[in-house]
Design a protein around this ligand. Structure first.
Ligand code: G6P
Length: 611
């Protein structure tokens, strides 16, 4: 949800900023802009992608060893050149880039208008630029103090980089709610919304906390709170290789991330499942384990794909650990006055660790004194910092906007947690415990086998690429997989798709079925196999096209379905991790065949840091 980049040092800022913006483009791609600073501010902004900006700036003066850039996911004001960032204040003293939302911007704007300010854009960010300038000019104070005072008047979320043209050799960065990382080079600093633009320059970073303001000169960084208390910056080492944020020969990040899953799931196990498969140890949960074991109820919160992973978690915890579970959209949970008990355990699931609704739901759960755990992918992000304990998924950076490897990593963590809790609570025998661990560790190899069918998935994709609607059905563990399959298809190929529990088909969706409707059914061997077979027959009786995901060697369904996609036989508890793979690849190929922008689907952003 908007990406920002800043640079101050000895090198030319422009190329560093542009390559940083390209790395952050997954956060928003409605418009982008850049400013470089020497004696003048050189601001260039363009609707569209970073490549459009680059084309526009081609013959322009971009000189300067200080600068900042922005790639936007529009909140206030339509995506156009004027609303694009950076925004300059009315009298040109300040230029800023912003990620987040200033909630009280309308009131602030009115007050500034009464004091003679007028506005070029419809953005909340321009209001902030003018507020800072107004305070600066009125108080005849330094830029740093003006920024600090202005931020005390702001309600909302921000990651900000600011320059004052009268103090040109410094950048000011501030954070509340929206993430900011500062990379430390030799007499140079890099600022960005996440570490991906920084890693090619340095691996020493400082993560800003909420209400931190950093004043950054080429050779010095001063960190303070918004109350002007000095802080000692905590320098951390990034554990991220450049290869992890490149496409490495794949056409799209999404494809690379799908194919990475055998490895990323192993990374999720690493150090957590003993080499002899005799135990699961989740270091991040050790301290809170006694409370977790006694939990009367688990509430799982998340958004999008993370919510789907949470639904798989519901089946896992109830099935294996016999703990009642509720799964909630974070956005609904936070606003519906939920009943939360002190002995509840709330698990927040988030790839980015920055989703605004999930963060707000966490605050609510903390107020109610529940134990709050996080399952996140991005190390050092906000959610792991806000939660009492948690488990990182360690799937590596996920750059494609449609989540794939983060989902399987989240389900892997939930599976490990459920198995561990089952053992600790005595709801599974030691033999079952050891067997489930084994079954889970077989999954990466089985995903490799599934991925080998990619050419066939491509062929199926070519048959259904022109569908206008699609239905996804599954039961039990596979109902969330059906939801996830439908989400993957709609978000990247713009085909309308719905996921349903297979039995619910009779209560509505069956009316939609005709010869034009592909129905994707998960029909692997488990206790609902016979029921799902009946569902397939019901679809066929109405001339629907059935594409069934089946267990290898299943000839029964092969004789009924239009097409079968085989996955290796596995324990039902872990089979969700396999059945999602064909859906990811089918959606990918259909989107490519429809000429859709797979990695950056329209209107979406990877990290939703606004409500
Ligand atoms: C956006 C992304 C999804 C993601 C969801 C939740 O909608 O496009 O891929 O599942 O946000 O994000 P989170 O980072 O909290 O998992």
């Amino acid at each position: 949800m908007c990406g920002i980049v800043g640079y101050i040092g000895k090198q030319q800022a422009f190329p560093i900023i542009i390559s940083g913006l390209k790395r952050l483009e997954y956060r928003g791609y409605d418009s982008s802009g850049v400013v470089t600073i020497d004696e003048n501010l050189k601001v260039y902004k363009k609707k569209g992608k970073v490549s459009d900006l680059l084309e526009f700036v081609k013959d322009k003066d971009t000189k300067g060893t200080i600068g900042m850039g922005h790639t936007r996911w529009a909140t206030h004001g339509e995506p156009n050149n004027v609303n694009a960032h950076p925004h300059t204040s009315q009298n040109g003293h300040f230029v800023i880039v912003h990620n987040g939302i200033i909630e009280n911007y309308a009131r602030l704007k009115k007050r500034l208008e009464a004091r003679g300010y007028s506005f070029k854009s419809e953005t909340d960010t321009e209001v902030l630029a003018n507020l800072i300038e107004y305070i600066y000019l009125k108080g005849k104070i330094s830029a740093e103090i003006a920024v600090r005072l202005a931020l005390t008047k702001v309600i909302g979320a921000y990651g900000l980089v600011i320059n004052c043209i009268n103090e040109p050799d410094q950048l000011i960065a501030a954070r509340k709610g929206s993430p900011l990382v500062i990379g430390i080079g030799e007499d140079e600093y890099f600022i960005a919304s996440d570490a991906t633009p920084i890693i090619e320059h340095t691996n020493s970073v400082i993560y800003l906390n909420n209400d931190n303001i950093a004043v950054i000169k080429r050779d010095q960084l001063t960190l303070k709170t918004i109350d002007d208390d000095k802080l000692i910056p905590k320098v951390q080492k990034l554990n991220l290789g450049i290869g992890e944020i490149e496409k490495n020969g794949y056409d799209h990040f999404m494809l690379k991330e799908i194919f990475e899953q055998p490895r990323s799931i192993m990374d999720t196990f690493r150090g957590r499942i003993a080499a002899d498969l005799s135990e699961i140890r989740l270091g991040g949960l050790l301290d809170i384990m006694p409370k977790l074991i006694k939990a009367k109820r688990i509430i799982i919160i998340g958004c999008g794909t993370s919510w789907h992973a949470g639904l798989v978690g519901e089946y896992l915890f109830e099935d294996i650990s016999r703990i009642p579970v509720e799964v909630e959209y974070a956005s609904e949970f936070r606003y519906r006055n939920p009943v939360i008990y002190e002995d509840d355990v709330v698990i927040a699931i988030s790839q980015s660790g920055e989703t605004a609704d999930t963060l707000a739901a966490i605050s609510l759960a903390k107020e109610a004194k529940a134990l709050v755990l996080g399952i996140c992918n991005v190390v050092g992000s906000s959610i792991p910092r806000e939660t009492d304990a948690g488990v990182y998924t360690h799937a590596g950076p996920e750059i494609g906007v449609a989540s794939t490897k983060a989902f399987t990593a989240q389900v892997t963590v939930l599976t490990m947690m459920a198995i561990l809790l089952g053992k600790e609570r005595g709801t599974i025998t030691n033999e079952e415990y050891l067997n489930l661990i084994k079954e889970l560790t077989y999954i990466p190899e089985k995903i490799k086998t599934t991925l080998k069918h990619d050419d066939y998935y491509k062929h199926i994709a070519s048959l259904y690429k022109n569908a206008t609607n699609a239905l996804y059905l599954g039961r039990g563990y596979f109902f969330p997989v059906a939801l996830e399959g439908a989400l993957k298809l709609k978000e990247i190929s713009y085909i309308h798709a719905e996921g349903y529990p297979a039995a619910e088909m009779k209560h509505g969706p069956i009316a939609l079925i005709d010869e034009n409707m592909p129905v994707f059914v998960i029909a692997t061997k488990d206790k609902s196999y016979d029921k799902i077979v009946s569902n397939i027959q019901e679809i066929k009786a109405r001339n629907g096209k059935v594409i069934a995901i089946v267990t290898e060697g299943d000839t029964n369904i092969k004789s009924m379905a239009n097409h079968v996609l085989e996955v290796p036989n596995a324990h039902p508890v872990v089979t969700a991790l396999l059945t999602v793979i064909p859906f990811q690849l089918l959606s990918y190929h259909i989107a490519v065949m429809r000429n859709c922008n797979v990695d950056q689907p329209r209107n979406l952003a990877k990290s939703v840091t606004v409500e």
